[in-house]
Write a protein that binds this ligand. Structure first.
Ligand code: NAD
Ligand code: ZN
Length: 353
């Protein structure tokens, strides 16, 4: 679990006092990995305290993080500085948060990030790392994984060293998020709740967080008619609780299939989950019906027909990626999931999307 967290509008201003005691020495900089959407945003950038060799590196969230990108950033930091950084601070959405976690891990572990995709493969503690979300929903700020696309798979580095050492939850940072993106990433949280609460891995720990997150999502996306400060605060906490809920359970069908889309077509996580979830009445009847209400209420565009022109080989690749995620299927459908989910069944489902 994340050992330290602060929450509050404007809490980003405390970053200086949080980091100062963690500085190893003047040659070991703090590296701020910041979503490049903020590159020309002095309201945020001017508040990042830079001292000694500290640096801001802007990273695009256009594409989800790749193992090769993590390796390149780590190589660059190793060549530029004589010492490992005092800390890596990720500022942005799930893309930047995952990038920060992965870079922190790879600064102290040999080889390529691709070698650590899986469960509990990391052996050395990461560099101190801090997560500061600027959009709510993924739960990446609280989770034990950093999801990366590698040469062969899209899979997280799940380990005890992955979670942030410190998280700063400042809902004010989310105010500029475009409406569609707000919905897609917010729905990631909603889908985490549905997949966790209906899964076979559910226990009291996951349930307690999942139910709270679901209640907050319903408030933000169904009950309220405006997107205001209260909904920013609530969605940030929904994301946190949703992430905690899956920490002790798993996600399910939407995530497994969305990983396939992402690997083959580069479809981003939030929108990919929405595209898939839209067709999952069979597995999550209540959740999908409520999801459709939220789509209508906010007049959101969910793309269709993205698999219309794929070749058999491409379908096969997507199906391979989806089927690799055994714990997700087992959580969703139980130990005998393979009796329900065949390659043909998956292909028929993808064809509808
Ligand atoms: P994102 O980080 O990809 O960002 C989405 C878009 O929103 C980008 O264009 C970004 O520039 C923009 N944006 C972010 N903050 C903004 C702001 N305040 N104002 C204006 N624009 C802003 O989106 P996401 O949905 O948060 O993250 C998706 C990623 O998270 C995927 O790579 C996925 O694999 C990962 N993920 C990780 C976990 C985990 O537990 N580690 C869980 C779920 C998803
Ligand atoms: Zn997700």
């Amino acid at each position: 679990m994340v050992p330290r967290v602060i929450f509050g509008r404007g809490s980003f201003n405390q970053i200086q006092e949080i980091l100062a005691p963690k500085r190893v020495n003047t040659k070991a900089p703090f590296i701020f990995l910041v979503d490049d959407v903020f590159e020309h945003n002095p309201w945020l950038i001017d508040r990042i305290p830079l001292r000694f060799l500290d640096q801001i590196i802007f990273v695009s969230a256009e594409e989800e993080p790749k193992t090769s990108q993590v390796d390149a950033l780590v190589a660059e930091l190793k060549s530029r500085f004589t010492e490992n950084p005092s800390g890596i601070i990720g500022i942005g959405g799930g893309t930047l948060l995952d990038m920060a976690k992965a870079v922190a891990i790879m600064l102290t572990n040999e080889g390529s990030a691709a070698d650590y995709q899986g469960w509990d493969l990391v052996s050395t503690e990461a560099v101190y790392h801090v997560g500061i979300p600027t959009i709510s929903g993924t739960g990446a700020e609280v989770s034990r994984t950093t999801v990366l696309t590698g040469p062969e798979k899209k899979l997280g580095i799940n380990s005890d060293y992955t979670p942030f050492d410190q998280v700063v939850l400042d809902p004010e940072l989310t105010r500029g998020v475009p409406q569609n993106q707000w919905f897609y990433t917010g729905m990631d949280c909603y889908i985490h709740c549905i997949e966790s609460l209906t899964g076979t891995y559910l226990n009291a720990f996951s349930q307690s967080y999942g139910e709270k997150a679901l209640e907050l999502c319903r408030n933000v996306f169904l009950e309220k008619n405006v997107r205001d400060e209260d909904s920013e605060d609530k969605l940030m906490m929904a994301s946190w609780h949703g992430g905690m809920s899956i920490a002790y359970s798993q996600v399910g069908v939407a995530h497994a299939m969305s990983y396939g889309l992402s690997y083959l077509l580069g479809t981003k996580h939030g929108i990919g989950n929405c595209i898939v979830f839209n067709h999952l009445e069979e597995f999550y009847p209540q959740g999908v019906s409520e999801f459709k209400k939220m789509v209508r209420k906010h007049d959101i565009d969910i793309p269709t027909g993205i698999c219309a022109n794929l070749t058999d080989k491409e379908f096969d690749k997507m199906i391979d990626i989806a089927l690799m995620l055994v714990p997700l299927w087992e959580n969703a459908l139980g130990k005998n999931w393979q009796e329900i989910i065949t390659r043909e069944k998956l292909k028929a489902m993808y064809k509808k999307m």
